[in-house]
Ligand binder design. Structure first.
Ligand SMILES: [Zn+2]
Ligand SMILES: [Zn+2]
Ligand SMILES: [Zn+2]
Length: 147
């Protein structure tokens, strides 16, 4: 997606195509699954200097409008990606922290239903797969990983 497409996407959601929103969408189109801190650093390295608060506000607005999807890996910051509306899941390397999309075997939410009766109407079963990179962890991996 180019800049113009993002402007149109924002317009479709009745959001102004501000520099912050477009820059965040472009960054996430290049590399999904980034945290607010990582996005702030990426934009700063491209001379798009946004305050942490500006990044946080824009991410929240885009998430509320369903343009971005936010997901959380326990014990790390929330991650963002442009929501492809495909109910995909994530696999996380517990050595290097790399995150990869995993297609949903079921295809739509919820993937699973509880084994017994509940007083809930279930909307989502949140699936997170943990494992390790098959071919060794890459050089771009985050140090520390997720344990
Ligand atoms: Zn994803
Ligand atoms: Zn699924
Ligand atoms: Zn790894």
């Amino acid at each position: 997606m180019g800049t113009m497409d993002f402007a149109q996407l924002l317009h479709d959601h009745e959001l102004k195509a501000t520099g912050a929103r477009v820059a965040l969408l472009q960054a996430l189109a290049r590399e999904p699954h980034l945290s607010a801190e990582q996005l702030e650093q990426q934009l700063a390295s491209q001379q798009t200097k946004l305050s942490g608060q500006a990044v946080y506000n824009a991410l929240n607005e885009l998430t509320e409008h369903g343009i971005l999807r936010r997901f959380t890996i326990p014990s790390t910051s929330a991650r963002y990606e442009i929501d492809p509306k495909d109910n995909h899941h994530h696999a996380v390397c517990n050595r290097c922290g790399r995150i990869e999309n995993v297609p949903c075997a079921h295809g739509s939410a919820p993937c699973f239903h509880p084994g017994g009766a509940t007083s809930f109407s279930i909307h989502i079963a949140d699936v997170l797969f943990y494992g390790q990179c098959k071919n060794g962890c890459g050089p771009g991996s985050a140090p520390g990983g997720i344990h």
